[in-house]
Design a protein around this ligand. Sequence first.
Ligand SMILES: Cc1cc2nc3c(=O)[nH]c(=O)nc-3n(C[C@H](O)[C@H](O)[C@H](O)COP(=O)(O)OP(=O)(O)OC[C@H]3O[C@@H](n4cnc5c(N)ncnc54)[C@H](O)[C@@H]3O)c2cc1C
Length: 392
Amino acid sequence: MPVRATKRGSERTPLGGDYDVVVCGASFAGLSVARELRGAGARPLRVLVVDRYEIGERQTSACAAPTEWLVNMGLAASIRQTFRDLVIHRPGKTYRWTLPWTFSTFDYPLLCELLARQGDFTFDTAKVDGITRGPVHTVHTDRGDLRAPLVVDALGWRRVLSEKPDAIQPPAARLSRGLEVHPPATGEDLELWLDPKYIVPGYSWAFPAGDEVRVGVGSFDPHLKVKEPTVRLAQDIGIETLGYQGNWIPHRIRPATGDGVFFAGDSAGHCLPTTAEGIRTAFYFGLACGRELRHVIDGRQTRAQALARYHSFSEDHRYAFDWLWRVQSIVSGINKYPAMDTTLDLMSRPRFVRWLFTHYLNIAPPSFALDGARPWAVEPWSEPADDAPLAA
Ligand SMILES: Cc1cc2nc3c(=O)[nH]c(=O)nc-3n(C[C@H](O)[C@H](O)[C@H](O)COP(=O)(O)OP(=O)(O)OC[C@H]3O[C@@H](n4cnc5c(N)ncnc54)[C@H](O)[C@@H]3O)c2cc1C
């Protein structure tokens, strides 16, 4: 359960001091790292998590993730709606694919609260500005300097603690962009549009989440603006354009370590290209990072060994990220043409959909969230019997 280090608002005092671990960023990746540190070490551990906002205050995503991940992480209470089918709209045809597992939309503030409660750390709000590296790093914030030998950048796409910050700024960087509205409304289906009328290099979505629907447009090309097509899609499906939120989304994997710092989630480009699914991968790499840090604290490995192991774990997934990036480029190239319809027709066989989505899930399998999971665990694909019960 996190405790606050200092007061809020006008009572904010300077922040500083020495810690065992400083986790920068308190969203999916950062809170997953902190969760894995609970109870580590022989003496009470000094873990500080900092974010420029309160935990769960700023949602920047449509918040849909595989249900099994949410259940295995102990976050099922945040689920708002669950979907077995994925509905894909093309200009002249609609496809309904039945997945071998389910997606759920969830409540972001509640999920963050539940995840934070699984950790045992001090939390405070501060804007992270940079780092001076060393055996003990110094993290510079707008409220003072924080010192720790183990520092994690889970700050999202900006990769604030990067050795080369210029390389990742839009629009030159390898980033997609997404914008959505969250009006009060209801819906039955998880819907995607591969419709060039809204965006050619990208896709659009409508994700119902109980009493609101999250409707947006994502562009794989960072130069293209997405507000106008988002408004048009909302109008076409008859919902209000309320509650805008958006962000940049990295679509190439980046080094997961650099000069003694650990990077997890979007800061390491751990968001899957093509689908822009980055929540379960932020959980996945956050857990992996946290487990390596735990071994350092328990005296079973050095920081250098943890950096090497975590780096290699992340690199082992590069092939999947690179493949999905190729698929993203193909989608951008054929979205305007009948070739896209032919491709979707060929992909729509139920057996192929099951095979494809099982492999896709296994890039970051939900079993990894369970206690004692092996780092390389992969769930086998098996043809479910026709009457097999649905996944939760
Ligand atoms: C419109 C949109 C919709 C999306 N929908 C989905 C979806 O439905 N499913 C899915 O899987 N993925 C989705 N994604 C992608 C997903 O949101 C990201 O991949 C995911 O949020 C990455 O998690 P993270 O913890 O690495 O980073 P983030 O969630 O971006 O968290 C970074 C944290 O760092 C903090 N921070 C940033 N800079 C600083 C600083 N300088 N100092 C202090 N704190 C700072 C932020 O306040 C934030 O809390 C979507 C993205 C967008 C833009």
